[in-house]
Design a protein. Structure first.
Length: 135
């Protein structure tokens, strides 16, 4: 009975240490990606989002943890990022992209004011007095 309890606590301690190492790897990867993209890594941390199993390149079964974080490209918005860690190595890193699609119907044509000089049927360029054009 005691041996089973000790084994359970040893596995719990191993899981906690492994999770902290994976979280640190995800945080460093998120900070590095934000720095390379020229955006601001917000809150200086990542948040746990999921746990599962996956196989590495050699076919070994490992824990796959998903972490989410937020970043800003302008300083006044919050965009989402995601890091997937397999074991203690970063498997996937994704930064949300925002694209604004402008359709021709939504585009506003430029509003150019129609300038007209007093006493003249068409616009003139330069500085002219009222009496200069009439003489």
């Amino acid at each position: 009975m005691e041996l089973g309890l000790i084994g359970f606590f040893a596995a719990l301690v191993w899981f906690w240490i492994d999770s902290m190492a994976a979280r640190e790897a995800a945080e460093l990867a998120g900070k590095r990606a934000c720095r390379e993209e020229g955006v601001q890594f917000l809150d200086d941390t990542v948040a746990f989002a999921g746990l599962g199993f996956g196989r590495d390149g050699w076919g070994h079964l490992k824990l796959r943890r998903t972490y989410r974080f937020e970043f800003s490209d302008t300083g006044d918005n919050r965009l989402k990022g995601m890091v997937v860690v397999l074991g203690r190595k970063v498997e996937t890193l994704d930064l949300e992209r925002r694209y604004i699609e402008v359709t021709p119907s939504a585009a506003v044509p430029p509003q150019i004011p129609a300038w007209r000089w007093e006493g003249s049927p068409r616009p003139r360029h330069g500085r002219h007095s009222r009496g200069e054009g009439e003489s």
